[in-house]
Design a binder for this molecule. Sequence first.
Ligand SMILES: NC(=O)c1ccc[n+]([C@@H]2O[C@H](COP(=O)([O-])OP(=O)(O)OC[C@H]3O[C@@H](n4cnc5c(N)ncnc54)[C@H](O)[C@@H]3O)[C@@H](O)[C@H]2O)c1
Length: 121
Amino acid sequence: MNFEEQSFVVVGGGREKSMGLAFVKDLLAIGVQKIAIFDVIDPSAAIDAIETSFPKATALFHRVDVRNRSEIETAFKQVVNVFGYVDVLVNFVDIINEPKIEDVLHINLFGTIYTTMTAIG
Ligand SMILES: NC(=O)c1ccc[n+]([C@@H]2O[C@H](COP(=O)([O-])OP(=O)(O)OC[C@H]3O[C@@H](n4cnc5c(N)ncnc54)[C@H](O)[C@@H]3O)[C@@H](O)[C@H]2O)c1
């Protein structure tokens, strides 16, 4: 399959050692060229490295807290402005060992629902 024209949004790829960022690197290795990362952590060093190693690829970062629907909607609009469309959404955001169950539900459950609903429009 040719991934060059496909556009991916990876939610939760901000932390250096995150599964999301590891997945972004795997996508680049198979030829994906359009990737947007949504996270509360800015992976700017990783994006610099991506631009050096994969000069044909475009990696965007949008600061998004998945509890905030407005931030999600704005980020998707900006991705569509640049890439024209979103083909694939992958959600890696997860918090564990969080004492406040409300935060776990808002991030792990509702955050996944909000990003998915926005992606399918
Ligand atoms: N790390 C592993 O080896 C591993 C293995 C198997 C499965 N998993 C699963 O993969 C998932 C991700 O694990 P991980 O190790 O990448 O976790 P991680 O904590 O490294 O990454 C989670 C990412 O979510 C972001 N995030 C947290 N709250 C957010 C919010 N409110 N809005 C936006 N972004 C937010 C964090 O900044 C971080 O970049 C988990 O479900 C985990 O159980 C991880």
